[in-house]
Design a protein around this ligand. Structure first.
Ligand code: IPM
Ligand code: MG
Length: 391
């Protein structure tokens, strides 16, 4: 029974909801009319934009850029690849402009084919900073980077997982647009669309198929979040039916977090396919087995743009404690491996991956600890460069 005293609040809430849903319906229309993936081989020149970000971002991005420029030097000289610095994706500038991504920065991002991005700081509610949306999330949505691909490997433990995290929907689609209905009641939203689930599922199954993986594990909380997670599952199964050689299994996110620490079971997992928020959580847990989030990079792939970054945040505490120079560049360097592979330079990607494996797992002449007990970010960058020159 609707109480008269709440009428105004309910009307305001319904109006807000209507506007949000209208925007989501436009997004669905846009997805329906979207073209195919960019064919990088057909471009005269590939433009790579580099944003340093905040906190440890500029420190680790500088090493990633240095290594990438080295690996691509012949193509840069031949005018086939161009690097472009994109300034202004800093917390200060975003606060000054009151936007997750200021308009001029957005225009520059959109003028590039590929973006290499350092972590950015997200102002948190109650921090005294304005409540602007995370720059990561805003960029993923604005450039429609719908697949967040996060590999995790620990060869000696038989771990070889590739996480396909849906990247534009779920709790993130309108994650900054929740509101208080009354002083007592607040609401946030989770969004799933048929097109959104279908496209991430196709990418995950196609990847499994092309890379010889035999299992795709769907991770949701569809026993509780019945509609959106339920639809996600249903749409993934439709794609799964096109791949009869691949086994599809279903897991709830809670038991999946448990099974990932079960040494006997976890080696069975291969490709994990998840809605956004579960993908966020599970990928941090997964990265921990490989040496921590500092070692994990990711690809954010859309049809038109692609962005490569670390899976972790900007680590402001490392900066405030004066430990910034000891930050681990491996997350960004692993992202560069994915970048090279994405633009069709697989041999160079393999070479960088090999160098990183030698430095991180085999020789280990330098070890990063995040403190003065280990190497600095620059020293590690030099080590990777020396290794690259040798192989
Ligand atoms: C990630 C990060 C981001 C996310 C944050 C920084 C907004 O945790 O890339 O996983 O939640 O997606
Ligand atoms: Mg995360």
């Amino acid at each position: 029974m609707e109480k008269e005293e709440y009428k105004t609040q309910l009307d305001i809430a319904c109006e807000k909801f209507r506007k949000l849903m209208a925007e989501q319906l436009v997004r669905v229309e846009n997805m329906k009319s979207q073209g195919d993936f960019v064919d990088y081989a057909s471009l005269d020149k590939i433009k790579i934009g580099v944003c340093g970000g905040d906190g440890i971002g500029p420190i680790i991005s500088a090493q990633a850029r240095r290594v990438l420029e080295f690996i691509l030097s012949d193509l840069v000289e031949a005018g086939k690849i161009e690097f472009k610095d994109i300034e202004g994706l800093t917390l200060e500038n975003r606060i000054a402009k009151g936007k997750a991504i200021p308009d001029d920065v957005m225009a520059e991002l959109k003028s590039c084919h590929i973006i290499l991005k350092g972590p950015t700081t997200t102002p948190q509610k109650g921090s005294g900073m304005p409540n602007i949306e995370s720059a990561n999330v805003a960029m993923r949505k604005a450039l429609d980077l719908f697949a967040n691909i996060r590999p995790v490997k620990v060869p000696e433990e038989g771990i070889n997982w590739t996480i396909f995290r849906e990247n534009t929907e779920g709790g993130y689609a309108i994650g900054s647009s929740g509101f208080n209905i009354t002083d007592d009641l607040a609401v946030d939203f989770t969004v799933t669309t048929k097109q959104g689930s279908d496209r991430i599922a196709r990418l995950a199954y196609d990847y499994a198929h092309k890379n010889g993986f035999k299992r795709v594990s769907l991770v949701t909380k569809a026993n509780v979040i019945k509609t959106t997670d339920g639809n996600f599952l249903e749409d993934c199964h439709k794609v799964a039916n096109l791949y009869p050689d691949i086994v599809t299994d279903e897991w709830y996110a809670d038991i999946m977090t448990a099974k990932l620490v079960d040494k006997k079971r976890r080696r069975d997992f291969q490709v994990l396919l998840l809605p956004n928020l579960y993908g966020d959580i599970i990928s941090d847990e997964a990265a921990e087995f490989q040496g921590g989030v500092g070692t994990a990079g990711c690809a954010n792939i859309g049809k038109k743009y692609a962005m490569f970054e670390a899976i972790h945040g900007s680590a402001p505490r490392m900066i405030s404690e004066g430990r910034g120079k000891y930050a681990d560049p491996c997350s960004m360097l692993r992202a560069c491996v994915m970048l090279l592979s994405h633009i069709g330079l697989q041999e160079r990607a393999d070479r960088l991956e090999r160098a990183l494996d030698i430095c991180s797992f085999e020789e280990k002449k330098l070890v990063i600890t995040g403190r003065d007990t280990g190497a600095t970010c620059d020293e590690f960058g030099n080590y990777v460069m020396e290794t690259l020159r040798k192989i």
